[in-house]
Design a protein around this ligand. Structure first.
Ligand SMILES: Cc1cc2nc3c(=O)[nH]c(=O)nc-3n(C[C@H](O)[C@H](O)[C@H](O)COP(=O)(O)O)c2cc1C
Length: 184
């Protein structure tokens, strides 16, 4: 069984991206695709980066736990809002804290925006960062007009349409995860 970590990357009061993270967690469970879990950056509440985990003399417990969950996952889905044409600072903060954990990890990119373009600018910036740390950003799922499409507890307003898109996104991620496993 694959293990999927879903990083919920908006820590804003009143955030809507979190609904999309919940939608994916529900979708994966409903369809028995993998073991999945949301890693909520609002709960982790990491301080602004001042050093990598590997260089910290006594890293905090919650950071060690985050590192282990990313290490153990064979797919990571990152859900992030588009802010001013980029992705949220909390996502960059979390990426920079770790290093080896990201290597050869298939990553699904779920960008969330209240506008019409679904956060495509944020995605291209994040892809560049992930490739630099040897992760594999292999599938994208842009969410435009999130306020019209997802609500509390991950409820999709048009479940059939969202599930159809989620199905091809997940198929791609699972294919890469299987391929990476075979190479090990
Ligand atoms: C500081 C800030 C900047 C934003 N910039 C953009 C943007 O460049 N493009 C866009 O489509 N939406 C933008 N939005 C709207 C967010 O995409 C929207 O709030 C969406 O719900 C995802 O963010 P959330 O998880 O914080 O709710 C911005 C929102 C904030 C708070």
């Amino acid at each position: 069984m694959h293990k999927i970590a879903i990083i919920s990357g908006s820590v804003r009061t009143g955030r809507q991206s979190h609904y999309v993270a919940e939608y994916f967690n529900n979708y994966i469970k409903e369809n028995k695709l993998a073991d999945s879990e949301i890693l909520d950056l609002m709960e982790y509440n990491f301080p602004i980066f001042d050093e990598r985990l590997s260089k910290m003399p006594s890293p905090p417990e919650q950071l060690l736990s985050f590192s282990k969950k990313i290490q153990d996952a064979n797919i990571v889905i990152i859900v992030y809002p588009e802010y001013n044409g980029g992705y949220s600072a909390s996502i960059k903060n979390a990426i920079d804290l770790l290093y080896n954990e990201w290597h050869h990890k298939p990553i699904g990119l779920v960008s969330v925006s209240s506008g019409n373009f679904g956060g495509v600018n944020a995605t291209s910036l994040l892809q560049t960062v992930l490739v630099k740390i040897k992760a594999l950003p292999v599938a994208t799922f842009p969410v435009p007009n999130v306020q019209d499409n997802f609500g509390e507890n991950g409820k999709a307003m048009n479940k059939e349409a969202s599930d159809k898109r989620a199905s091809s996104f997940m198929k791609e991620l699972l294919w890469f995860a299987d391929s990476v496993n075979k190479m090990k």
